[in-house]
Each structure stands twice: as structure tokens, then as C-alpha cells.
Design a protein around this ligand. Structure first.
Ligand SMILES: *Cc1c(COP(=O)(O)O)cnc(C)c1O
Length: 227
């Protein structure tokens, strides 16, 4: 067994244990393998171990992998900061975008999604910790942005994503995830048909799952430390 397939097995076991410990079904929780900075051979090793969904942060790096990967049936998620001049490449190549934080980007993605492709699946990135340095829409602006984004053609709004500030313990890790889940519930009460809470990374998937994550994004625990 390769290191990547052993790591994937260990991550899947963590997801299962975390789900069971809070009474959730592990099948409700998807795993996104974040392959940024890792070569195509690592993506292929993970795909050989049964991994289907991959996350990339850098447009050109992600597009190169999508074009060259010799595996079929993979699903590609763009999760990095997105400038509007790169929106076309992303709209043409990826299946999902998790990092939409303003209407202008959503509008570009919608306009530039090829008619022959399925609608692009979208999450709004929320700056839940309110850090100046982080991208993401402010929590108090999510509802109005979601209403506008949901009306655009060629994209489907699926849910919310966040990257919280690092926290020292489990209880503090849970807090921003709980806030994101509450926003998510609020949007659903507003009538938006959302099903995706993209939260939790290598160090905090247990806290995210305890607060309702439906998709965790894991890089380091699968591929190793990035340099
Ligand atoms: C890099 C990255 C991840 C993965 O982080 P790890 O700590 O390596 O698991 C998840 N989400 C986003 C948005 C990232 O940029």
C-alpha cells in the first residue's frame, strides 16, 4: 500500500469515528482531497485508492492537472482565492467553486460557464472569524449575497465554506463551525435549497463534523506537509 492510500484510509477512519461519536452517518460526509502543490502523480495515487473529489487553490496548477490526469470520473473543486480575470478558466474547467465571496465573481462564473457543461456548483466563502486578512464575505452580508447568487443561471448555489482562524482546542475549534452552521440553517429557512457545509481541514475535521460539516477538505493528512 502506498503512503497516500494508507493516509486516505486513516482520514476516512477519522471521519467515520467523528461521525459516529456525534450520532451522524459517515455517508453524509464527503472527503475532498486537497492536492495543491502536489504533482499529478499524487492525484493519480489517491484516485487509484478510490478518491474521487480533489481540491485545488491555484487556477493554472489546477487546470494543468485537470487536463492531464489519466483517470476518468474525478470531480474538481476550486477552493482558492479567485480573481475575476481567472474566472473563465475556472468556469470552463472545474465542477465546483468554494471560494465565491462577491457577486461580481459569481456573475462572471455564471456567464462564463459553458452551455454544454452542467451548472457550476458554488459555495459562498464566509469570513466567520472576521479577520481582516482573510477572504470571504462578512457573516452579516451572507444572506443578501446568497439571494442574489441563487438567481444566476449556469451556477447552482449549494452551501457555505469557511477557513476559520486556528484555535487551540476542540471547544474553540467548534465555535466558528457552529456559527457557519447557524448561518446555513438560516439560509435554508429563507427558502434556499442548500445541502453543503464545506468546513474542516486536517487539524480540525472532528470539530467540523461535530458541527455538521458535509464536506471536509483535507490536504496535509493525505499528501503530507507542504513545503
Ligand atoms: C490548503 C487548504 C486546505 C487543506 O488544508 P490542510 O491543513 O493541508 O488539510 C483546505 N481548504 C483550503 C481552502 C485550503 O487552502
Amino acid at each position: 500500500m502506498t503512503t497516500i492510500s494508507a493516509n486516505l484510509q486513516a482520514v476516512r477512519a477519522r471521519i467515520e469515528a467523528a461521525a459516529r461519536s456525534c450520532g451522524r452517518s459517515p455517508e453524509e460526509i464527503g472527503l475532498l482531497a486537497v492536492s495543491k502543490t502536489w504533482p499529478l502523480s499524487c492525484v493519480q495515487a489517491a484516485a487509484d485508492a478510490g478518491q474521487k473529489a480533489f481540491g485545488e487553490n491555484y487556477v493554472q496548477e489546477g487546470v494543468d492537472k485537470i487536463r492531464n490526469v489519466e483517470r476518468s470520473g474525478l470531480e474538481w473543486h476550486f477552493i482558492g482565492p479567485l480573481q475575476s480575470n481567472k474566472a473563465r478558466l475556472v468556469a470552463e474547467s472545474f465542477d465546483w467553486v468554494h471560494s465565491v465571496d462577491r457577486l461580481k465573481i459569481a456573475d462572471r462564473l455564471s456567464q462564463q460557464r459553458p452551455a454544454a457543461s452542467k451548472p457550476l456548483q458554488i459555495c459562498l466563502q464566509v469570513n466567520i472569524s472576521g479577520e481582516d486578512t482573510k477572504s470571504g464575505v462578512a457573516a452579516n452580508e451572507v444572506i443578501s449575497l446568497a439571494r442574489e447568487v441563487a438567481l444566476l443561471p449556469r451556477i447552482t448555489l449549494r452551501g457555505l465554506m469557511t477557513i476559520p482562524a486556528p484555535a487551540p482546542d476542540f471547544a474553540q475549534q467548534r465555535r466558528p463551525f457552529r456559527q457557519l452552521r447557524e448561518l446555513f440553517e438560516q439560509l435554508k429557512q429563507e427558502g434556499l435549497a442548500l445541502d453543503t457545509l464545506s468546513m474542516g481541514m486536517s487539524n480540525d475535521i472532528e470539530a467540523a463534523i461535530a458541527e455538521g460539516a458535509t464536506l471536509v477538505r483535507v490536504g496535509t493528512a493525505i499528501f503530507g506537509e507542504r513545503t
